[in-house]
Design a protein. Structure first.
Length: 562
């Protein structure tokens, strides 16, 4: 009987069949597992691969001046992006993007050829018309969505005040930063359905965006532009480091102009050095010099220690502790009234009045006028200034502070202090925002500093400064002007003075019979000459003359305004 031999071909077939059965069983088992156990999670993944939630930025609110002129607006722009994994020809896409959008071809090419990323920017906030030309090319993997970019149509006008909103439309400096929550609004969102090539095929809106609110400022663009021109010319004429000016409405606290020189274009804020873009009227401090004598005289009058006619026999110099302080101009011993002490800016006279007041009362008057604390003007980075507490005074402090040394103030503090005298003795909080859309009108704080009688006395004494004292260059034809000059040597960072660098200033009110404006001019480090009556007073007169005519304020003095 012969044994049956196993056919090797049949064995192989059976083996392959068994493998197929096992593979099929494994596939069937995995399919059942995916459909049963992983179905929900995989469905979510599939949905996420085809749907994408896109944020819809809100339109940023417009900033207007008091006349309704647009100072900061939002402009339409288009952001161009790409998915490198879907780009078929990175070199060509980069070339066309460079040609049509003006971007760096090499930089974009390196981004597009890196297929590890699924999202890269080709150009943020490009010109919409240029973006449309690229979109017509129909490149797979290249996408477009609308955005808004911040623009400042007036260029350099009020650039220091406005500040800057960055690439993401977020306020980064100035009023753009301070008012960011009001201006930026609330973004919305929408779900985009895409095909396997990344192209949008449907849009499912989810939440509407809410536009930012508009803001109207107290600034007047015409007065602002003029003040900036005057400051620019002043800096050039006296070869100064910088200059600042404030035009204030004393009865309301409205800041009509706030200028700094050198200036810059607000549209280039991001590339402008901080030394140039800083709003020095609020953030910087300076020793005021003789403009501060008003505080000393106001305190002595208010405490009824003297009257404007009270006279003193004053030598040329006075010993205060370890210091000898003298007047600016050489003279012999003279009898001076309080009015003449102020109009001729006598250091010895101001110190004599301060010694009658004493450090405690003088310190209280300094605080009462608002020095040493923020005005809360509503601008980021406002400085408090520097004021010594009475228990920190040395023996010579009573000789320094009354004449504006050993104390540091901001320009806006000084303008507000003189604004109180112009407003019958009532200090009004200076402010830059007039109203916010949908909100109540701004109501500045008010407080009485001196009596109406003392305010009138100081007004008359300050008129003498311009009519026959140190501030004759501040005169405006047809108008009575009341004001004070200031010339202060800048202290050394190592202590003491002797730097040879000065701050020249003038602050005054006009028309003095019923002040409508308080104007402050501060010139930092003039080099041709440094006297406040020579450097700053003419700039005051020029700003005042233009503003009075522009605002159609009637003359209050004999003669015609020119």
């Amino acid at each position: 009987m012969r044994s049956r031999r196993r056919n090797p071909v049949d064995s192989r077939i059976r083996f392959l069949l068994a493998l197929l059965i096992l593979a099929f069983a494994a596939l069937l088992g995995r399919a059942a597992w995916l459909q049963g156990v992983r179905a929900e999670s995989l469905a979510r993944m599939a949905e996420q691969q085809h749907r994408q939630t896109v944020a819809i930025p809100a339109t940023r609110g417009t900033i207007y001046d008091r006349t309704g002129l647009q100072l900061a607006i939002g402009e339409q722009a288009t952001t161009v992006y790409a998915d490198p994994r879907l780009i078929r020809d990175p070199r060509r896409v980069a070339y066309e993007a460079g040609r049509l959008l003006g971007v760096d071809v090499g930089r974009i090419y390196q981004k597009l050829r890196d297929r590890r990323s699924r999202f890269v920017y080709i150009e943020r906030k490009s010109d919409p018309e240029q973006a449309k030309l690229l979109e017509k090319k129909g490149f797979d993997g290249v996408g477009f969505y609308p955005e808004e970019r911040r623009s400042y149509p007036q260029g350099g006008i009020a650039a220091h005040v406005l500040g800057y909103a960055g690439l993401d439309n977020q306020g980064l400096a100035g009023l753009e930063l301070r008012l960011d929550r009001v201006l930026r609004g609330r973004p919305g969102s929408e779900t985009v359905v895409r095909d396997p090539f990344g192209r949008a095929i449907d849009f499912l809106a989810e939440e509407d965006e809410h536009e930012g609110r508009s803001v109207s400022l107290t600034l007047d663009h015409t007065l602002q532009a003029n003040a900036q021109v005057v400051l620019r010319n002043t800096v050039e004429r006296w070869d100064a480091r910088s200059a600042t000016a404030i035009v204030l409405a004393p009865h309301t606290g409205d800041v009509l102009a706030m200028a700094v020189a050198p200036g810059f274009d607000a549209n280039r804020f991001g590339t402008t050095p901080s030394e140039t873009s800083r709003n020095r009227t609020v953030t910087d401090v300076y020793e005021p010099g003789s403009t501060f004598k008003l505080i000393t005289v106001a305190g002595a009058l208010s405490d009824r220690l003297v009257t404007p006619q009270t006279s003193f026999v004053l030598p040329y110099s006075i010993q205060v502790a370890d210091r000898v302080i003298h007047d600016a101009e050489q003279r012999g011993t003279e009898t001076m009234s309080v009015a003449r002490i102020l109009s001729h800016s006598s250091n010895v006279g101001a110190i004599t009045l301060a010694q009658r007041l004493g450090k405690e009362r003088l310190s209280r008057w300094i605080t009462r006028f608002g020095f040493g604390r923020k005005t809360r003007i509503g601008y980021p980075g406002e400085a408090r200034g520097f004021v010594l507490a009475p228990d920190e005074w040395s023996g010579s402090t009573i000789g320094n502070v009354p004449i504006g040394q050993g104390i540091a103030v901001t320009p806006v503090q000084m303008a507000a202090a003189y604004g109180a005298i112009a407003n019958d003795g009532v200090w009004v909080q200076p402010h830059l925002v007039k109203r916010v859309q949908g909100a109540r009108p701004v109501r500045p704080q008010r407080r009485r500093v001196v009596s109406p009688t003392v305010a009138a006395q100081l007004n008359a004494m300050l008129q003498n400064v311009v009519s026959g004292g140190t501030g004759t260059s501040a005169a405006v034809p047809g108008y009575k002007v009341a004001g004070k000059t200031g010339t202060a040597e800048k202290p050394s960072p190592y202590g003491g003075y002797g730097t040879g660098k000065y701050v020249a200033s003038f602050v005054g009110m006009v028309p003095a019979s019923d002040p409508k404006l308080v104007i402050l001019v501060v010139v930092d480090e003039p080099t041709v000459t440094y006297w406040g009556g020579v450097v700053a007073a003419p700039a005051f007169a020029e700003i005042a003359r233009f503003a009075l005519q522009y605002l159609e304020v009637p003359p209050d003095a004999a003669g015609r305004a020119q």
